[in-house]
Design a binder for this molecule. Sequence first.
Ligand code: KDG
Length: 321
Amino acid sequence: MPQVVTLGEPLIQLNAVTIGPLRHVIYFERHVAGSEANFAVGVKRMGLTSGLIARVGSDEFGKCILATLRGEGVDVSQIRIDDSAPTGVYFIQRGYPTPGKSVMFYYRTASAASRLSPEDIKPSFIKGATLLHLTGITPAISSSCRDAWEKAAELAHHSNAKISLETNIRPKLWSSVEARNTLLPIIPKVDIVLTDPDDSNILVGQKDPNRAAKKLMEKGPSLVVFKLGSAGSIAFSGRTVIKHGAYEVPVVDPIGAGDAFAAAFVSGILKGWRIKKSLEAGSVAGSLVTTTRGDNENTPSPPDIESFLAGVKGPERKIGE
Ligand code: KDG
């Protein structure tokens, strides 16, 4: 059984090779992505075992996802091949209309993964794990996905598995009210929350990390981490507040940085690393992923994190603690 288990939609990403509106883009690069798949790959690179619960279509893209994740060493035994629906796809438009930023366009309605349901959850797969990782994307996909997500949380809650939640609220998938009404009730079961000011504003009406973390921790989680993009990251644990600066890297496509951060940070915590070192690992992973197209190809191993740090100079390397 893998140490870390997650559930959600693995997607084929078609990433624009050139910058600008998609109507003018001729070439796309194909990648395997999806927040939870990215997380599973990131955790495996960090030296822990990981597994993904999902569905893919019985099509070429489904085969590509299975082969890629299997090649990365992710446990794919709980990914069901669904003959009656296609694998989900999304496109990335880069650098337009905001230079340095990317925009996602989903083609995933009625996808195979949207049919994920509680019957796809094998209790022993979750009960045998050290950690269940959830995101705010899975329950936004369909009502059967939400039921599966809730069942997984319930199983982990009644076993020894800790739960991490990356809030990842995607406004293209649901409204703020739906997101709040679905995500807030699960927070008391969660041990580690990874979020950002936009999502915390939706959840607890606070963009300020200090105030939002306090409100979230009152509901149960012992560790709350804010990802602040170029302003770095900040972790709250009890009365301790630990900050870490962002690294300056040449950004090609920022999509996937949050998942890479989450995977490296959570892996660090599971390995018994201090919060400061785990934040550092998360920041390195998030930075590296932005330097290329694709969400998880650049997620690092611990030796790669060391090499990155050895090559980074200047005061931006770390900011405060
Ligand atoms: O976090 C990166 C993801 O947003 C991307 O891979 C696609 O999973 C995805 C989603 O639903 O947005």
